[in-house]
Ligand binder design. Structure first.
Ligand code: BGC
Length: 748
């Protein structure tokens, strides 16, 4: 965030004049026997216990907060040891224990421009979720972890998994969609990837931080059952699968209490029910108290020490916070450092694998694109048969758009479009950045013998003139999202709908290539021949997109989020805005002080749609949608047959999928269950899926396990998960709205 970038500047200014850490020679001279916590054969908990015994009160408190925010006081003397990222917590060189070098890294490593480093931008998190492929998510995490290490970091801020209750949320691109099972599974795999590189992973923003508007003031109001089965379930699965070292608590309140001092969220659920052994880190400036937050379970304040610095020391000395309680918080941070490997295998700076990672980014994008419409087989384009292609769209000659805010990965050589137009320029950390990867050039490379015309789409009539007579028209449409700036509507911005409509009148072969953070409305859908959702496509996006457009890759992604017909169909037809518009004037960063934050009057967003999140809402309300959850076409076709269910603890669904077309392709087979009427559940929920690769004509018998817990509901009286008795139809097919196979099971 903006405040961080101030901290970064401060750190850079101070670098060189800070207190140098001990030299490696000095450290090597220390007798290792005197440092029993360095014994790798001991458990992380044991090592943390041994180290904790050595620490003074000041040293313990040093671990409980970050070192920098020049807005709220003089920078911590240790700030200069920071690496220029989002945050820094000093370690204990005298004990061979490094500090936490923390950086934002949602879809790649952030804040590299300031230090002249390079980071690969992967496709957005939502894009990777559209692959429904845990191996993709793992590779994604490994790239992030490796590049963090290459730049000297040992802790990642990423792992966003807030459920898309409100698709206009500006951070939809950073999250994993609307279904808790898909979102939790994908984020869990991403975290596994990150942590496999000996970098601490996190999951965020815990919890129900489902819109950005008024995020410091809003109270997300939601019942326990609903929370447990929706927003919290995504986190629960992510925590169980990914075992992240850290959980970042969110800015917002939940049922009236700030997430970072919310006893129910942190103590009862996260550390109690889920037995999370790691540490809770506050979002930047999301800590609001000392003893209250501490008792509730917040372990570390970021980015500074307003509540967890001198105020915490005083609270411990006065007995308001018992030593034992402080020790539990410190223990969690230390055990996480040992567990992740940041003590035993600290990062070494080196040049990231620029070429290798660009290739991975391209492969991930190839697997993440979703083919939404393909009338009269307009795709794939046969480069040998077309003579002219018109490429149209703002900046389609220069770059690909990327997601903004603290997740922003800096583009090599700066913004591909140069200076930002004033109207798009919000705060410094919120700019529309286009990566220097030209779709126009990628098309020319993919179709060498073809005449390729370009128009920027600024004027509908001129664009239509360029489109007229071309064999194929490619319109690159964009929707930009950046932290803090919710979208007023899901409509494409800047009059793009009118341009598409004009193109469709001029040419029957218009293909819309969507570069969007999340779902968009398509009033022109029936008039265009093709639509491909490419999300924010990362470093090698333009090339990956041409791979799909020209059939080098057969698209296989499916929507992790519903595309509704209109804003009016959403559970909240209008975004709930804070009552006072000036509450969050992000463009004036000097106003962003603790005083301002503390003074913000709270307002409520009542999540009355309850369990009906995403497709469950449209199902329950019988509202037609533009494209349903789980939908995605291929250049081949698949048929489903022969469903058998075996029941035991949970169930196993076996069925056959056949490739009925003439190309090799991958199909994501989805398994849902409808819940018994008495359960009060939405009509159906996703309970499993499988990605199957099939050659033309090939058939495979496959089995999807449905663990018992996927059928459970949260019983608010008994305070536990339980199964509703009755009959559960198991439904199998290619999307949430096309489920040709069905068989009932009885749960007694
Ligand atoms: C964002 C977090 C981010 C943090 C540090 C906050 O504004 O909400 O997602 O990790 O800043 O940059």
């Amino acid at each position: 965030m903006r405040i961080v970038s101030h901290a970064v500047v401060m750190m850079l200014l101070l670098s060189g004049c800070g207190v140098p850490a001990q030299t490696s020679a000095e450290l090597a001279a220390k007798p290792k026997a005197a440092m029993p916590w360095m014994n790798k054969t001991l458990s992380s908990d044991e090592r943390a216990r041994l180290l904790l015994k050595q620490l003074t009160l000041d040293q313990k408190i040093q671990l409980m907060h970050g070192t920098g925010d020049p807005h709220v006081g003089p920078a911590d003397p240790h700030a200069a040891e920071g690496n220029g990222g989002s945050g820094y917590v000093p370690g204990f060189p005298e004990y061979d224990v490094p500090g936490l070098q923390i950086d934002d890294s949602a879809y790649g490593v952030a804040y590299s421009a300031g230090s002249g480093r390079y980071s690969t931008a992967l496709p957005s998190n939502l894009a990777a979720a559209a692959s429904w492929d845990v191996e993709v998510a793992k590779r994604y995490g490994v790239v992030i972890g490796q590049e963090l290490r290459d730049q000297g970091y040992n802790m990642s801020l990423g792992g966003g998994v807030n459920l898309a209750r409100e698709p206009r949320d500006a951070r939809t691109f950073e999250y994993e969609g609307e279904d808790p099972l898909l979102a939790g599974t994908m984020v869990g795999s991403l975290i596994q990837g990150v942590q496999s590189t000996h970098v601490i992973g996190d999951i965020k923003h815990y919890a129900v931080n489902d819109q950005e508007s008024g995020r410091h003031a809003v109270s997300s109001n939601i019942s326990e059952r609903v929370m447990r089965e929706t927003d919290l379930l995504a986190f629960q699965i992510g925590v169980e699968e990914g075992k992240p070292g850290a959980v970042m608590c969110a800015y917002n309140r939940v049922n009236g209490t700030y997430a970072c001092e919310n006893d129910f969220l942190l103590k009862t659920v996260l550390k109690g029910d889920w037995k999370f052994p790691g540490f809770v880190i506050s979002d930047w400036l999301a800590t609001h108290s000392t003893a209250k937050a501490l008792h509730a379970g917040l372990d570390q304040e970021q980015p500074d020490d307003v509540f967890y610095g001198p105020a915490l020391k005083k609270a411990v000395e006065s007995g308001e916070v018992p030593q034992g309680e402080l020790d539990d918080h410190v223990h969690r941070i230390l055990r996480t450092m040992f567990e992740a490997g940041v003590v035993d295998d600290p990062p070494k700076k080196r040049v990231p694998d620029v070429f290798g990672h660009a290739k991975i980014a391209r492969e991930i994008e190839q697997r993440s694109m979703v083919l939404l419409r393909n009338e009269h087989h307009v795709l794939p384009i046969d480069a040998a048969r077309v003579r002219t292609i018109a490429v149209i769209g703002r900046n389609a000659d220069r770059g690909m758009i990327s997601g903004g805010g603290s997740a922003q990965v800096d583009p090599p050589n700066g913004n591909a479009i140069g200076e930002i137009a004033e109207k798009e320029k919000k705060a410094d950390w919120q700019k529309a950045i286009w990566f220097p990867d030209s779709p126009l050039e990628a098309i020319k490379t993919a179709a060498p013998g073809v005449a390729v015309r370009f128009n920027d789409g600024a004027d509908a009539r001129t664009a239509a003139d360029v489109a007229r007579g071309a064999d194929v028209v490619l319109f690159y449409a964009y929707q930009w999202q950046a932290e803090g700036l919710d979208l007023p509507s899901l409509a494409l911005p800047d009059g793009q709908d009118a341009v598409i409509a004009a193109l469709a009148k001029a040419n029957p072969n218009v293909i819309v290539v969507l570069e969007t953070g999340g779902p968009v409305l398509m009033p022109w859908i029936k008039d265009v021949a093709g639509v491909v959702e490419t999300w924010y496509s990362g470093t090698s996006g333009a090339e990956a997109i041409s791979d799909v457009l020209f059939g080098k890759t057969n698209p296989s992604g499916k929507l992790p989020i519903t595309f509704p017909l209109t804003d009016a169909d959403l559970p909240h037809p209008k975004l709930v805005e804070p009552p006072t518009a000036s509450q969050e004037d992000w463009s004036d960063e000097d106003k962003m002080s603790r005083k301002l934050l503390a003074g913000l009057p709270s307002f409520d967003v009542a999540y009355d749609e309850g369990l009906e999140v995403g497709y469950k809402w449209y199902d329950a309300k019988k509202k037609p949608v533009l494209f349903p959850f789980g939908f995605g076409l291929s250049y081949t076709t698949f048929a489903y047959s022969n469903l058998k269910i075996e029941q035991g603890v949970g169930a196993r669904a076996s069925f056959t999928v056949r490739n009925t077309g003439d190309r090799t392709g991958e199909e994501i087979a989805e398994v849902y269950t409808a819940m018994p009427e008495s359960s009060g559940e939405p009509p159906k929920r996703l309970v499993g899926w499988l990605k199957i690769s099939l050659q033309s004509g090939e058939a495979k018998d496959v089995t999807v396990n449905i663990p018992e817990k996927r059928l459970a509901i949260w019983d608010e009286h008994k305070e536990r998960w339980s199964a509703a008795k009755g009959s559960y139809p198991i439904l199998v097919g290619p999307s949430s709205e096309e489920l040709p196979l069905r068989r009932e099971i009885e749960v007694r």
